[in-house]
Write a protein that binds this ligand. Structure first.
Ligand SMILES: Nc1ncnc2c1ncn2[C@@H]1O[C@H](COP(=O)(O)OP(=O)(O)O)[C@@H](O)[C@H]1O
Ligand SMILES: [Mg+2]
Length: 313
């Protein structure tokens, strides 16, 4: 069974300014993976996640979550799915523990059970000591941990996290990655929306690229990468220490019959990795090493976004 499945999902926000936030989304999230929902601001990520938990009604289409209908069975979905919504807030004057207990009781736990569970998850996210202090004294990093703690309070099989590392320092991001890996090891399905490529690359085995309300590509990295390799003229990518070095490598290749391109610190070549290093050497460029294209999600998304833009979308 898929953890999440949507078919032809459309969302048009009404009002004065009509916004087509989703334009026919078919999403398939397998069970037990860390899944990235990647896209720029305004792509429709939060709208999609909100529909999955019944907060927003779709204009058309279907969404199933853990086998349940997201619209007709939304209460059951919310009982079984842990969520960290965008811009999630707490009761500032209450302690971290009190916030969790309150949310646990809203989800149907009795007080004793909620306190026990809250202490357990506070420990798990490294807030055991801070749990008895008011949230108004918490740093951003602590708030993030508390947000994650409330999402896992009910021991959900599926966890949906909307931009979970927004505004978090590197230490907090590192903690978060470690924590999510732990969830996956315990067999949970985790869906993370983000506009940060690095996050998809370092956390997700599967991902969907969402762009202007449409999914341009989705699936496991290896299978998506195979398709990109077939469609693209590029065979290898060389990552330079910085963009200036990549640019000068490109200039050195000029007039040598190699149709390469540069994006940031990456040089893309229509040659196999071994041939690419050879060609660069002949042009007088000390190439670190060449990797098969596409090397990672950044290359995959670059390929599809470029194509979508060319298609006038
Ligand atoms: N409640 C709303 N009413 C009207 N338009 C909205 C609403 N929520 C989001 N939108 C619009 O829908 C589009 C998708 O937004 P959103 O789902 O928040 O994208 P993302 O989370 O990827 O940034 C944007 O153009 C946004 O302005
Ligand atoms: Mg959003």
């Amino acid at each position: 069974m898929l953890a999440v499945e949507t078919k032809g999902l459309v969302k048009v926000y009404g009002g004065k300014r009509r916004v087509e936030a989703l334009r026919g989304v078919d999403l398939e999230v397998p069970t037990g993976v860390v899944y990235g929902l990647f896209g720029p601001n305004g792509a429709g990520k939060s709208t999609l996640l909100s529909i999955l938990i019944g907060l927003v009604l779709p204009t058309r289409g279907e969404a199933r979550v853990l086998g349940l209908d997201a619209v007709r069975e939304s209460l059951e979905v919310r009982r079984r799915v842990g969520v960290l919504p965008e811009g999630f807030g707490f009761y500032e004057h209450l302690t971290g523990l009190e916030n969790l207990v309150y949310l646990g009781m809203l989800d149907g736990m009795d007080r004793g059970e909620a306190v026990e569970k809250a202490r357990e998850v506070l420990e798990e996210v490294g807030l055991a000591d801070a749990g008895d202090k008011p949230v108004k004294g918490y740093s951003r990093g602590m708030r993030q941990r508390l947000g994650v703690a409330q999402a896992v309070m009910k021991d959900p099989d599926l966890v949906l996290l909307d931009e979970p590392t927004q505004g978090i320092d590197p230490e907090g991001v590192a903690w978060f990655k470690e924590y999510v890996s732990g969830l996956r090891r315990r067999g949970k399905t985790v869906v993370i929306s983000t506009h940060l490529l690095e996050e998809v690359g370092s956390l997700c085995s599967h991902a969907a690229l969402i762009y202007q309300g449409r999914i341009l590509v989705q699936g496991e990295f290896s299978s998506v990468a195979g398709r990109v390799a077939e469609e693209s003229p590029y065979r290898s990518v060389v990552v330079f220490p910085n963009a200036a070095l990549a640019e000068s490598a490109l200039r050195a290749l000029t007039g040598r019959g190699v149709e390469a391109v540069v994006r940031g610190e990456r040089l893309y070549l229509p040659l196999e990795p071994g041939e690419a290093v050879e060609a660069l050497k002949k042009a007088g460029v000390e190439a670190p090493s060449a990797t098969r294209f596409p090397a990672d999600w950044a290359d995959v998304f670059f390929h599809y976004v470029t194509r979508a833009r060319r298609g006038g979308e």
